[in-house]
Design a protein around this ligand. Sequence first.
Ligand SMILES: Cc1ncc(C[n+]2csc(CCOP(=O)(O)OP(=O)(O)O)c2C)c(N)n1
Ligand SMILES: [Mg+2]
Length: 1018
Amino acid sequence: MSQFRALAGILRRSGRAGGNQWLQGGAGSSARRNWADLRRGCSSGAAPDVSAVANSSNYVEEMYYAWLEDHHNVHESWDAFFRNIQASSPSGEACERRPSALLQGRVLSHSPDMAQKVVEDHLAVHTLIRAYQIRGHHVAKLDPLGILEADLDSFVPSDLITTIDNLGSYGLDESDLDRSFQLPSTTFIGGGNTTLPLREIIHRLKTSYCGHIGVEFMFINNVDQCQWIRQKIETPGILQFTNSEKRTLLARLIRSTRFEDFLARKWSSEKRFGLEGCEVLIPALKSIIDISSAAGIESVIMGMPHRGRLNVLANVIRKELDQIFCQFDPKLEAADEGSGDVKYHLGMYHERINRETDKNITLSLMANPSHLEAVDPVVQGKAKAEQFYRGDTRGKKVMSILMHGDAAFAGQGVVYETFHLSELPSYTTHGTIHVVVNNQIGFTTDPRVARSSPYPTDVARVVNAPIFHVNADDPEAVMYVCRVAAEWRSTFNKDVVIDLVCYRRFGHNEMDEPMFTQPLMYKQIRRQEHVLKKYSDKLITEGVVTLQEFEEEVAKYDKICEEAYTSSKDEKILHIRHWLDSPWPDFFTAEGEPKSMACVPTGLDEEVLQHIGQTASSVPLEDFKIHPGVSRILRGRADLVKNRQMDWALGEYMAFGSLLKDGIHVRLSGQDVERGTFSHRHHVLHDQEVDKRTCVPMSHLWPDQAPYTVCNSSLSEYGVLGFELGFAMASPNALILWEAQFGDFHNTAQCIIDQFISPGQAKWVRNNGIVLLLPHGMEGMGPEHSSARPERFLQMSKDDPDHFPEFSGDFEVQQLYDCNWIVVNCSTPANYCHVLRRQILLPFRKPLIIFTPKSLLRHPDARSSFDDLATGTKFKRLIPDQGPASQSPAEVKRVIFCTGKVYYELAKERKLQKLESDIAIIRLEQISPFPFDLVRAEAEKYANAELVWCQEEHKNMGYYDYVRPRFLTVVANKRPICYVGRDPAAAPATGNKSTHLNELKRFMDTAFNLSAFKGKDL
Ligand SMILES: Cc1ncc(C[n+]2csc(CCOP(=O)(O)OP(=O)(O)O)c2C)c(N)n1
Ligand SMILES: [Mg+2]
């Protein structure tokens, strides 16, 4: 039992009726002990029940004499007890050496009152210690400017002893300051002492918790972790550095500061989002990396916003300075394809030796868009993937560091989404170190109107991450906090936050005038001495460096910058490729080109199909009891396999299973993907009798297959899609799929789609083969749950609608190579399987957007034969009409082009109306890049027919706006393309079932009314 609890227990017990009897009995039985017992105080070795035995005069006397002889003869608690009595005795009596006067006067006649007072005072002191541990940070001196409150509040918690009067709230007063108190085991302020005078206790608490470091950790519900932090923060003298460490810190600070100075001197009117006011970020990151490297970390993946990014690239990742400087040259031409990106967004990857540890380390900074915090989940995904491929199951080799601005960290929801991934088994990176550049401003906005929480870091509390606030003008305090944070990560493998409370010396960027909006703050900032000056003065005073050494170090770095500047002028061409954050050296040629420009057929051997089909219909584990409903589904699958048929779920099984066989890791992530939103997938079977016992048949296909990961995600799109995108960056030899619960929910991840997936290659010359599965279809389910918004993806596709391409070489592959992403809507399970396999068999990677079915999952017509997947078969970008119309195309009056589920409705209606010879129906399976070649062949084949585009979506949605100009280009504007589908609308679908059916009927009637467009001016 802790001493604190023992004392508390005594207080409770002494208030109980009959307590005395118990006390006497208990004390009597243990009253007579030998000296060794006295020394220990009690047989368990824990603190003795001081008040419990205080009534036993013999025992107390015995103790008292022993104490008089030598204070060390008794347990510390008795020592404190007798000292207190002595201190509270009238003068003269305190020196009384006879026990009778002292004890009988002070203890025996006044106990249990006196004992109770001692206990209460101890409890009070323990409460006081706890108050500092919990709330000390509120009064810590965190703001280097000394004008702002880091917690937005000047309120001082009354349970901190900021004035002597505050002692009153604990029942203590000034006279108690020199009384000694037993320290609880939940503090380390004693160092080697177990008791301290109250004055010293308060002093040490203030030093630990109210100096330049403020720690928030007492919300963590794990005793060991709290103890660990207390020990790191409270142990006296812990914040000490060797001279060599101080010199390294100074050298790093010089680099950080002089780098910004250099840029400011050379390009005074260029935006660079300088680090001035938080120069300590560079030594901070380097220190985190040093300590992590020493603990075994081999790869660090970082994400950060604009502020200080160039400095991090130069001084942490060690990008060649001339490569950075040449980016400021406006005449520099880009050597690579695409649009490129501004210099303060580019990423970087570098393998080097860590000078402090002499170990190899790979550092990568992920490229990011302006959209603050969007890169967070991407970094996590990439880190997770690197851990996964290295078999680093506990995050001991690969780690992530995320940097944040104070305003963005508090304001952006994706920060919260990312934190919520941090402990999930399939998403954890086993601890991220977050570093906040808290310059107490966001652009022009003050924190008091930018957030509702006291600190910008409060979001981290949800995952029990400790938060270290630190005054960034105290470089040693910052280094210490970094050391603790890195050790925390390697000890507990959990997230941790470092809040660098700093200031922004200039405006938001170098062109901005901050005095417009923050006049007083900026008056103070102008007066603020630079941290480098303050720290170098300190070290010179301490004799750690001489002024001359300092000046030489500065001159040395300035010279490095000057030389790099000179050589940067020789750079004529900018290679964005050199800024790649995730290279795939073996996948591409040395020049970064695909090794071929062909795609092998994606069909499969019958044997493989049979084997996968059988596994998909079975439970590979013994004594595993599945739900009868699942049994039924598996039996259904078995029947299909017997008939060499597959439904959607089996088509997917064939794709995943065959890729796994070829050593391709498959990872499917999203909400409820394990079962499948529509209960069709069932990739994870649950034992109905044994809790948490599951079986993943896909993992039992072949003994040497690649691993299969299927994971239900948290209820997030932005965070999870970003994560999977990052995962897909790590290796080209993996099929990474994210499935939306319903396609329209992807819009809460729009930023990842708009900023990373669509333009990623153009901005950062990096391929990414992520697959988005977006359930889509108008099925009367209402405005939501219906449309995955194909129009949005198509609008962002970059193939030129007005340019008729040349059909040379492998046109299909060339088109795919040129596009920014691939958009498909497959109408058959076999084609779905083919497109997934093609995704991996292509010699490059492009994002793949698939609109997936809902009702078609079980539609008896939407099945494929094994023949459609046989060896030699491949993905069909377009499925031509195969019925009577195709036999005599010249007679055909109308060709309906469509995509996806509406095909089945059209085919059914055509049959009903007996128009199979008059109307051809052609399915566009790959919508973008548009299969100009195949569409042209079909248009030519049905030379006399009207061309119709039919979609079930509203006219201003779906595919129409994308396909129309391309059709016109195909027919050289010589034939019109008529629209059949729902009218334009604001909402994607009606919530009224009968309206839904009426709409369907109306456009079906038009589709099969052969005179619908007669005489119309199209
Ligand atoms: C999602 C998003 N919204 C708005 C912006 C515009 N913006 C750029 S920087 C900035 C202020 C950022 O403040 P903070 O996070 O504190 O970083 P600081 O610039 O102070 O380092 C804003 C609002 C943005 N880049 N991203
Ligand atoms: Mg800020």
